[in-house]
Design a protein around this ligand. Structure first.
Ligand code: F6R
Length: 264
């Protein structure tokens, strides 16, 4: 595991975009796993600007989003479909046929639909680079505490804490969905490489448990310790509760010296 400490959220977005861009240049047919939420917005802005200024080409890439609220049609401004199109896809040259986001408008047969989502990830060759944020309760995707560490894409009930955290994205009075379709922790761990981003003090406790705590289903992100190629990119506020910050800085310097390819 690599822990990359950055000064602020802008630098977190730039570093994540740098890695996505270099992976895409090395493999134009890159299969990306993508996240929504406030955290990756800076990364998307930076990728859009690289597309315009440096011709970063998404035309052959494929994407699979982590999750979608149940009950929201794609055209709902609160849906993750809407978020992804307005914040990213509409501003780069991603081919619409290559974009996959779970369908939140489903009313039945969730498990058959989720199995199909898993199959389409497999038939695309699996996810090369998965982008994650982290919830205050340590969730990745919408894998709330006590999700099975082997879970696959499925319907998941949201905790009160997550519903409250997401209230800011909903207009007053609008009912907030109580369930979502989410890739499972097992699905996420199948990705070849994982970047997890975190910014702000409110994430510090979850980040410390994920990196330095025991592996436990009560902190879904701690399962990332099982993955051989995970990079945490976090700002100073989110790194606040880590006890080994100096060591992580030294690991990064030595990685730059001996195995710089790991940072691209
Ligand atoms: C989003 C997702 C969630 C968020 C997490 C953090 O697709 O799967 O796990 O990454 O809730 O959200 P923000 O970035 O809004 O703090």
């Amino acid at each position: 595991m690599l822990v990359v400490l950055k000064e602020n959220s802008k630098e977190v977005g730039q570093e994540a975009a740098r890695i996505v861009a270099s992976s895409l240049r090395a493999n134009p047919k890159l299969v990306l796993g993508l996240a929504t939420g406030s955290t990756p917005l800076g990364m998307y802005e930076e990728l859009i600007s690289l597309h315009h200024s440096a011709g970063l080409d998404f035309s052959q890439a494929t994407s699979f989003n982590l999750d979608e609220y149940l009950g929201l049609p794609p055209e709902s401004p609160q849906s993750f479909h809407y978020f992804m199109h307005s914040s990213f896809f509409a501003k780069v040259n991603f081919s619409p046929a290559n974009i996959h986001i779970p369908d939140g408008a489903l009313r039945k047969d969730y498990s058959a639909y989720c199995d199909e989502y898993e199959r389409s990830i497999k038939s695309a060759g699996g996810i090369d680079l998965q982008i994650l944020g982290i919830g205050r309760n340590g969730h990745i995707g919408f894998n709330e505490p006590n999700s099975s560490l082997a879970s696959r894409t499925r319907l998941k009930e949201l905790t009160r804490e997550t519903i409250e955290d997401n209230r800011k994205f909903f207009p007053p009075g609008m009912e907030i969905p109580e369930c979502a379709i989410t890739m499972g922790i097992g699905t996420i761990l199948d990705a070849r490489r994982i970047l997890i981003l975190a910014t702000g003090k409110s994430k510090a406790a979850a980040v410390a448990k994920a990196i330095e705590g025991p592996i436990s289903s009560s902190v879904s992100a701690s399962a990332l310790q099982l993955h051989p190629d995970v990079t945490f990119i976090i700002d100073e506020d989110a790194a606040y509760a880590l006890t080994q910050r100096d060591y992580y800085r030294r690991v990064l310097e030595l990685t730059r010296k001996y195995t710089p390819e790991k940072l691209d």
